[in-house]
Design a protein around this ligand. Sequence first.
Ligand code: GLU
Length: 309
Amino acid sequence: MPCKSNDELKELVNEARKITKSGRVADYIPALGKANPNDLSIALNFPDGRCFSAGDIEKKFSLQSISKVITLALVLMDRGKEYVFERVGMEPTGDPFNSIAKLESMAPSKPLNPMINAGALAVTHMIKGESIEDRFQRLLQFVRELSGNDGIQFNQEIARSEYDTAHLNRALCYFLKQHHIIEEDVDELIDLYTKQCAIEMSCLDLARIGIVFALDGKDPQTGNQIMPAKIARICKTFMVTCGMYNASGEFAIKIGIPAKSGVAGGIMGSVPGKFGIGIFGPALDDKGNSIAGIKLLELLSKNYNLSMF
Ligand code: GLU
């Protein structure tokens, strides 16, 4: 079923787009700096296959941190909960996503959760496979299954641009290696991680992934369980406690749904049992969340009473 343009959503997009001027596109990964700050798009994907959209829906963007939820699901399936959480914690940090501070102050050193970069790098390290290429293809295949789109690829320019400038992420990896949380070659892990972050899609694909988590891991079309319900619930819980960087608490109070954002301006939302949301708006607020994306979700949550709390 094609995604239908929707007038109510169009109005919300027009309203939220006004605020893009107060945000800034991320440019610490140079290739992301080319995005148009005025872009904004949204799609909602429902269990019966209906899909509604508005805005610049043809625009593609890289998942960046949204990919962390997906790798976590894959790794929990690959390794089991005990193995994963022996190496990465479950607690929010209140620190910026790329902070190194708590790694040094905690004893024994262990990243606090899988949504900050240190934890996400440890999770990417746990993806099973014979080689970097093999591990990446397994992840890509999983993303294709979740999105129901076999055409999903990664953006080579963005991956390369991050690989060339990921000094802080390399520092996090060396720290993790010193503490035996990761074992592999740091440049190889950064290669895999930057490709993972550069996986590219539209808001329609993202809404389709959002609904799989909303339905506790079930494919809305086939009814197949893509991941065990328990794993989808763990992922959604992390989305609530640390999905929106160090604005997750305020987001839970104001909007009240599981969501994960990325620095390219994507936000994936999963309204439990109801629908998936995909948003793209590259102008970010000072915490790194899409400024107009947050506004859109505020309007949606208020108009349709979406908060789960
Ligand atoms: N690839 C980005 C990084 O590691 C992801 C950050 C994000 O989206 O929060 O810096």
